[in-house]
Design a protein around this ligand. Structure first.
Ligand code: BTN
Length: 326
């Protein structure tokens, strides 16, 4: 743990109290001058710290920063979040997670960034990733399952994200097949899972989760394919990202444990409970062509069942689904 992490933890554990400079020196094994330097650096990051000559230092306000020391503190997960990387601005958290996987990073490694300069969206699109307002998160998994079952874990990140948003601030988050998260028909989160595998074995699967937290309407690009929203727009107030990301990590951890123990069935049930396009008329963009039909539900392997106008049934394995008449 760095001196900065230690001092933050000390302040957090003694919320509202003054801590003497001497006590901080002994706890961190650093000089008084070094303590002062740490305090100044924390202030530069946006921490409001009061200093009183006879009493010491007291933390008054913390900025909405994602720091690994805060995220890991009493996290109590089985696998996810044992290792956490919190970056300022990087190209893409998915890209870094893949690179770390190539260097042998442990399963459950989490990569977070304050901003992404080349955030990746599905179907080669860009994911708008301004600094300080949203959550850009990638989680590295190494499931011992055949690669053909990997799409089942797309449903895991969808359920984890939707359930997290519902529990966090009560929004009516829904899933859109295969993996967008919507509130009131507007996209609040996007998911991009990236797989590295051979025919028989998965090397790594990166669950990429982007949640629009405090983004305002004017921050969304105008050419979005799907109307977008954020937690702030939906609830009318801004939200700290720290408790949100902790909840998300815990949720992914417990759902993954359930998936490994019991397979896809429980996940599928949870996903169906969050799905609101059943029996709805949709258009599916398959890349080369698009088809329309009525959604008939989820197949046991996660494919979407679509009833076409000519009476035939199509199994959709990949595509972009949008309701018609919204
Ligand atoms: C979509 O197109 O809906 C998927 C968007 C996925 C965005 C997230 S943000 C964190 C992670 N890193 C990326 O580069 N993309 C995903």
């Amino acid at each position: 743990m760095t001196s900065r992490d230690q001092i933050i933890r000390l302040f957090r554990n003694r919320a509202g109290e003054y801590i003497s400079g001497q006590e901080i020196c002994s706890a961190l094994q650093i000089s008084r001058a070094a303590v002062w330097k740490q305090v100044e650096q924390l202030r530069d990051l946006g921490f409001e710290i009061e200093a009183r000559r006879s009493q010491g230092y007291r933390l008054l306000e913390s900025p909405d920063l994602l720091l690994s020391t805060d995220i890991t503190s009493d996290l109590d997960t089985i696998l996810v979040g044992q290792q956490i990387y919190c970056e300022n601005e990087i190209k893409s958290t998915n890209q870094l997670a893949q690179q770390l996987a190539g260097k042998g990073a442990v399963e459950g490694t989490v990569v977070l960034a304050d901003a992404q300069s080349a955030g990746r969206g599905r179907l080669g699109r860009k994911w708008e990733s301004p600094a300080g307002v949203n959550l850009y998160c990638s989680i590295l998994l190494k499931p011992q399952i055949p690669p053909r079952q990997a799409p089942q874990l797309t449903f895991l990140s969808a359920v984890a994200t939707a359930e997290t948003l519902r529990e966090f601030c009560g929004v009516d988050a829904r899933v859109k097949w295969p993996n967008d998260i919507l509130v009131g028909g507007r996209k609040i989160a996007g998911l991009l899972n990236e797989l590295s595998a051979e025919t028989e074995q998965i090397h790594s699967l990166v669950l990429g989760i982007g949640i629009n937290v405090n983004m305002t309407s004017d921050q969304f690009p105008e050419d979005l394919r799907y109307p977008a929203t954020s937690l702030r727009i939906e609830t009318g107030e801004s939200h700290f990202r720290l408790p949100l990301v902790r909840l998300l990590i815990k949720k992914v951890d417990s759902l993954y444990a359930e998936f490994l123990a019991e397979g896809f069935a429980p996940l599928r049930r949870r996903w169906e409970a969050l799905f609101d396009l059943l029996d709805r008329q949709v258009e599916v963009d398959l890349g080369q062509r698009s088809i329309t039909g009525v959604v008939g539900g989820l197949e046991p392997d996660g494919a979407l069942k679509l009833f076409l106008a000519d009476g035939s049934v199509e199994r959709i394995i990949a595509g972009d689904v949008r309701p018609i008449g919204m």
